[in-house]
Design a protein around this ligand. Sequence first.
Ligand SMILES: C[S@@+](CC[C@H](N)C(=O)[O-])C[C@H]1O[C@@H](n2cnc3c(N)ncnc32)[C@H](O)[C@@H]1O
Length: 205
Amino acid sequence: MYKEKIDFFDAQADAPWADAEYDQETEQKIARLLDLLPRREGLSLLEPGCGTGRLTQRLAQAVGPAGTVTALDISPRMAEAAQRRLSGLPNARALAEDLETCATLQPGFDAVICHQVFPHFNDPARALARMAELLKPGGVVIVSHFIGRHEVNDVHRKAGTAVEQDMLPDAPAMRSLFHEAGFEVTLLEDLPDLYLLRAGLVRDA
Ligand SMILES: C[S@@+](CC[C@H](N)C(=O)[O-])C[C@H]1O[C@@H](n2cnc3c(N)ncnc32)[C@H](O)[C@@H]1O
């Protein structure tokens, strides 16, 4: 289902956008993202589209030893890089799997963090239905990008690659997608350099 994108992202695992260390400005965005979680210590997080695990590492540190982070990536090379980065963090693991069909996941996550991956889901309704199945009642989804929606879509449109049709829907379409999957969007902020959406599960999948 993701063959072309797997090849594309495998070839990107060493690219600066995927692997470079976060700068000071990005650290502030990470702080904003973490503030959207209901709390930090002890949370059980799922992070589809973890890439090389830069955010995964931060999430694992944030939830502490009583919490866990399960990170997924369709690209085996990205997942390997993430697992290497997580080697000193026993509460986090990275699997080369896609969110939609990964069979080893057990329901019971407190939150799903979709960082810079939502536009890449081939069928966002299906991806959201899977998130609803995997979350605890009242669980939370966060969608984040460290650039605004307009720029995300522009970058993909101009890429001329397997991701050129991967668009982040506008606010009404996002609200509708989440509503259909049983979520209520409680925050949607689309700034030129930051996109944040938080939604809570209001009914069982
Ligand atoms: C733009 S990259 C972002 C990576 C990382 N979150 C970051 O910000 O550096 C998107 C990642 O999502 C992965 N991906 C795309 N669709 C996925 C899916 N359905 N399940 C899991 N991973 C997926 C891709 O392989 C890619 O590594």
